[in-house]
Design a protein around this ligand. Structure first.
Ligand code: FMN
Length: 179
């Protein structure tokens, strides 16, 4: 089985960024397991002074989830032209421990605006590049006007997003080998 870890950058209950991950879990191939982490808000604020191995169970659990996954899919909204603080905080905890080094990682940005969260995408790709994540070709997807494409039940109602999601998932899983 290929273990997919999905991380949403939004804590909002009816988040579009989370809904698209749930949609991907439903269309994922049978040889995959899909887990969605929902504890980013339980991580302490990153501070190098307290970054000691084993100091925080939540940090260790998050690091282990990444380590044990074969591919990570991050879906993020754009907040004030960047990524939400809670997601940046989570990624900062991984700088010293290195779980993202060479980790196949796919990225989605979603926004109700026509820009599709392109600044958030730009920003997270810089961060993921710094921590040496491996982003396979075509494993990024920006979703403009997301609120018109996913309904309140979380169903993808836009045919082009359905197709793009399938292509994105297949690019994310291409050449993935069990770690
Ligand atoms: C504090 C705040 C800042 C935002 N800044 C941006 C922004 O810079 N660009 C953008 O496209 N949308 C921005 N938005 C709108 C979000 O894209 C929108 O609320 C989106 O639905 C949030 O993602 P979610 O549905 O996954 O929670 C902002 C929303 C909030 C609450």
């Amino acid at each position: 089985m290929i273990n997919i870890l999905a991380i949403s950058g939004s804590l909002r209950k009816s988040s579009f960024s989370t809904k698209i991950l749930v949609h991907l879990s439903k269309i994922a191939p049978e040889n995959t397991t899909f887990s969605l982490t929902d504890k980013l808000d339980k991580l302490p604020h990153f501070n190098p002074d307290i970054d000691d191995d084993g100091a925080f169970a939540e940090v260790e659990a998050f690091r282990s989830q990444i380590k044990e996954s074969d591919v990570v899919i991050i879906s993020t909204p754009e907040y004030a032209k960047g990524i939400p603080g809670v997601l940046k905080n989570a990624l900062d905890w991984i700088v010293s421990s290195g779980e993202f080094i060479d980790k196949p990682t796919a990225v989605i940005s979603a926004s109700p605006l026509p820009t599709g969260g392109d600044e958030a995408m730009r920003s997270i790709l810089l961060t993921l590049g710094m921590i040496n994540a491996h982003i396979p070709a075509e494993a990024t997807m920006s979703i403009p006007e997301v609120s018109l494409k996913i309904n309140a039940k979380g169903e993808v109602i836009d045919p082009s997003l359905q197709t793009n999601s399938e292509q994105f998932l297949s690019a994310s899983l291409k050449n993935i080998t069990k770690s």
